[in-house]
Design a protein around this ligand. Structure first.
Ligand SMILES: [Cu+2]
Length: 159
């Protein structure tokens, strides 16, 4: 009886140590969207055909490949376009990059101010928050707590 109790204790301690050494947040990713010709391009898809869903904390990096462009938040002709993020004056320098880290779930449009009239706009979907490692740890510890309590309760009933 002492043995199984201490076994549970050791398991709980090992879990706790594992959780704290793993770190407290899921790793964030960076997604690259290129600006080519008259289009935004991602994974072989262009402009509004781009299907890009990311998680809060992830970053989108726009990379200039060819053409004169800039990146402004919002769908044209949204008056407040560029309020959330804006790469600045249009540039044609290949290799130029601009990035933005999305923190809140939602659908975010963006466009090139020079070519919005010819369909150079797209969007990023930021999905609902994914629990961090520490939040999963809390769930595990809660379940473990119930298990220990149940075992302890059964012991007192049969004793
Ligand atoms: Cu452009």
């Amino acid at each position: 009886m002492y043995n199984s109790k201490s076994r549970i204790g050791i398991t709980a301690a090992a879990l706790l140590i594992g959780l704290f050494t793993t770190g407290s947040s899921a790793s964030a990713a960076t997604y690259e969207v290129t600006l080519e010709g008259l289009s935004f391009v991602y994974n072989g898809q262009t402009d509004m055909d781009i299907d890009l869903t990311i998680s809060p904390g992830d970053t989108v990096r726009w990379v200039w490949v060819s053409g004169l462009h800039n990146v402004a938040s919002g769908f044209p002709p949204e008056p407040n376009g560029g309020e959330l993020f804006f790469s600045g004056e249009a540039t044609a320098v290949p290799g130029t990059t601009f990035e933005y880290t999305f923190t809140e779930p939602g659908l975010y449009g963006y466009h090139c101010e020079i070519h919005e009239d010819v369909g150079m706009f797209s969007s990023v979907m930021v999905a609902g928050a994914v629990p961090t490692v520490s939040e999963w740890g809390l769930v595990v510890m809660t379940l473990l707590g119930f298990a220990v309590a149940t075992v302890a309760f059964k012991r007192t009933r049969t004793a």
